[in-house]
Structures are given as C-alpha cells and as structure tokens.
Ligand binder design. Structure first.
Ligand code: SF4
Ligand code: SF4
Length: 404
C-alpha cells in the first residue's frame, strides 16, 4: 500500500464503539447488520487502511453500501470525521477497474467539447425526447433560453457555484436565484473559471484528482467571501475539499440559509400561495451544512403556504450521489416513506438535484402527478409582478426538474 493513511487512521481511532450512531444510520436500520452501520464500517476501514484486511466482494458490498449521508457524523459524541475516514478507505481500495468509470466521467466533464455533448444529452433527457415524447419537447420550447449566457458579473463578494453542468441542468434555479438576490439588493457573481465540485472523485477513490479540482475552484472564487452551491451535494464536496484549500472551505455556505438571511434584512412583498408543500431536506444540507430548517425558514415567508416535512425521521431518500443507480433496491426502500408522506401535497421541494430526480421518479412510478422544485424556484414564483425580473411560470409546467 503506497498511500499514507496515518492521519485518517488517527481519525478512525477516535471511534469509541459506543454505537450511538447506529439508530441514525439508514442502511443499518434496513439490515440491522453491524457491517452496514457506521461503527462496523469504521472497523472495516481501519483494517483496509492498516493493511490487515484485503478487498473482498463482501467487504466492498458493505463499504459501497454506505450512502455518505453523514447522519452518523452529525450525532457522534467523539466527533469522528466519518466522511473523511470512508473516503480514505475507498482510496485505499481503488483499483484501475474500480475507478475506471469515475476517471472516464471526470475526463468527460473536464473536456469542454465533451461537456457540450453532455449538455445536449441533459437537455434532450430533460425534455423527454429520448423517451419519444415530442409534444413534451415542444411544450417546453422556451427552455432554449438555457443556451444563453447567464447575465451575471464574473466577480462579486457573493458568488454562485454551478460546477460542471449546473448552468444547464439547473438553469431555471440559477435564473431564479439571481432574480431573488437582485430583488433583495445583493449582487451575485458566477465566476466562469469554476470547475466540477470533485464529489465524484472524492467518493470514488481519487483524492488527488479531487484536490486538483478544489485548487482550481479556490482560484476561481478568490474574489468572493461567500460561495453558494445550487445543489447541496456539490456544496458538501466543495466544503469538504475546501478544507485542504483554506481560501475556499470556510466560504461555502448553504444557499437557502444565505438567501433567507438576505430576505430578513430586505423583506420582499410576496403573493399568497395556498399550497401544501412537502419538504425533503437533503442529507448534505442537514448534516454537512447543519441547515435542517433552512428550507422551512426560507419558504415560511410565503403567505398561505403549508409546509410538511416528508418523513424527516427516515433520513436519506436513497439517491446518495449515484447510489440510486448502483443500489436501486436499497434506494427504493429508503424512498418509500418519503413517498407515503407526500400523499396529498401539491408539490415537493428539495435543494439537491440528485434527491429531486430520485423523488420525481418515485412519485411518477406511484402515479402521483406532483411536481418537484428547488425551494428557490418556488419562492421566485411568489414574487409579485411589480418587482423586477419576476419569473412568470405557472406551477408544475415546463419546470426543468419536473422534466426528468
Ligand atoms: S462513530 Fe461515533 S457514535 Fe458511532 S460508534 Fe464510533 S464513537 Fe460512537
Ligand atoms: S454515512 Fe449514512 S449510510 Fe453511511 S454509515 Fe453514516 S449514517 Fe450510515
């Protein structure tokens, strides 16, 4: 083993095996198997990093089953940095075959011409053309505005992080965030030189590549003192990796929390929306940013709205990066209580695009025609016509997240 895991082994040694984290772990709650919980996975990681445990299909199954939701880290009395320990174990287990897909995807995202191809695929996928739904494409034709450059300065004290494809995949959220901050009197930049957040590499056993992306982002956001990711999953990676870049980590904040504070300082008149809205709080928003109530605090200012937490006690929805693709059965079991709780809501909000896609797919599979929006986009729809830049879109129609 060539890498030096001395520091991460010391992190893992902080675990006193008390088990207080176990009831908070979604995968442990599903199987009640020690190796599917944080305490067991830390023990496995210690063996892997210390060189006393070799990779086996069973060991990989237990470590790869972790959702990286960090619910365990948030409740650990010994403050074990679980996320760091698991990422190091994944790096120790990295082999050419295990990292091939991550490397390939990372190269595609880093290569400008190929990123253009991804953008086209995302655009087509989001408009159902790939599923043969041409009327769906025509109905949402106005979304071609996504090809326009975003009208925002390159530098300002507050900046938005879009990463590799956020400006296409979440273009409506980006536009809505710019409108809301503008209405609140806050100038927001979108630095053009920003790179991928590095989550893919960080969780895929490629720490050197992740650190290189963090260095690139530290440079791109050097002129800002607040960096706001559109997706909390990207934000968590940016924040974690930013620990190695002191000029970046402490600047990364939760978008909903910062916007709520701006609107507290500069209240806006909002139109009434008598809707029942289900809130799904992404694990990264709750456990990495410590912003469990941020979406509720942001949306509670809309007159007439009713906010309902979607089975918050059940934890992760199962999306967890690419886990909803690689572990579909586990993802479906974790999603079920959220979908049960969504019965009777008019729409669902989530601040992480991965969770939104997973929720939307689950809702459609149950035959529930419930839109899934970013909370920023819902709030933007409450702006009255008298305010500049109001986004005039009927709820539930032509919403990018609703097209997945
Ligand atoms: S990770 Fe923390 S809460 Fe869990 S067993 Fe170890 S010390 Fe206890
Ligand atoms: S990160 Fe989440 S899934 Fe993984 S061990 Fe901790 S609580 Fe369980």
């Amino acid at each position: 083993m060539s890498a030096d895991f001395t520091a991460t082994l010391a992190d893992a040694d902080l675990c006193v095996k008390c088990g207080l984290c176990l009831p908070h772990c979604p995968t442990y709650r599903l199987t009640a198997h020690e190796a599917d919980g944080p305490r067991g996975r830390i023990a496995l990681a210690q063996g892997v990093m210390g060189g006393t445990l070799a990779a086996s299909p069973v060991l990989l199954k237990h470590l790869d089953g972790c959702l990286s939701c960090r619910a365990c880290e948030a409740v650990c009395p010994a403050k074990v940095p679980y996320g760091r320990v698991l990422d190091s174990a994944r790096a120790a287990l990295a082999t050419p075959s295990r990292t091939r897909m991550t490397r390939l995807l990372g190269m595609v995202l880093a290569a400008a011409p190929l990123r253009g191809l991804i953008r086209i695929c995302l655009w087509l996928a989001s408009h159902r053309l790939l599923r043969g739904n041409v009327p769906g494409l025509l109905q949402s034709w106005p979304v071609v505005r996504r090809w326009r450059r975003v009208a925002a300065p390159a530098e300002a004290r507050v900046a938005l992080f879009t990463g590799c494809v956020g400006d296409i995949a979440e273009r409506a959220v980006l536009d809505d965030a710019l409108r809301l901050f503008s209405a609140a009197g806050v100038t927001v930049a979108i630095p053009p030189a920003q790179a991928c957040c590095g989550a893919l590499h960080q969780h895929g056993g490629l720490p050197a590549e992740a650190a290189a992306l963090a260095a690139c982002n530290a440079k791109a956001f050097a002129a800002s003192d607040t960096v706001l990711p559109l997706a909390t999953g990207c934000g968590a990676a940016l924040r974690d990796l930013g620990q190695t870049q002191p000029a970046l980590g402490h600047k990364v904040k939760d978008l909903c929390s910062v916007l709520a504070a701006a609107l507290d300082a500069q209240p806006l008149p909002l139109r009434a929306m008598p809707l029942r809205v289900g809130i799904h709080t992404a694990c990264t928003q709750a456990h990495v940013f410590g912003a469990k109530q941020a979406v509720r605090q942001l949306l509670a200012r809309i007159p007439g709205i009713t906010l309902i937490d979607l089975a918050a006690e059940s934890g992760c929805c199962g999306a967890a990066g690419t886990a909803f693709i690689t572990q579909p059965q586990q993802a479906a079991r974790l999603l079920a209580p959220k979908l049960d709780a969504a019965t009777g809501v008019d729409l669902v909000v989530s601040a992480n695009i991965g969770c939104s896609m997973h929720l939307l797919r689950g809702l459609r599979q149950r035959g529930m025609a419930v839109p899934v929006l970013h909370p920023i986009s819902l709030l933007a729809q409450a702006l009255p016509p008298s305010l500049p830049g109001r986004s005039v879109r009927p709820l539930g129609l032509a919403r990018p997240q609703g097209r997945w």
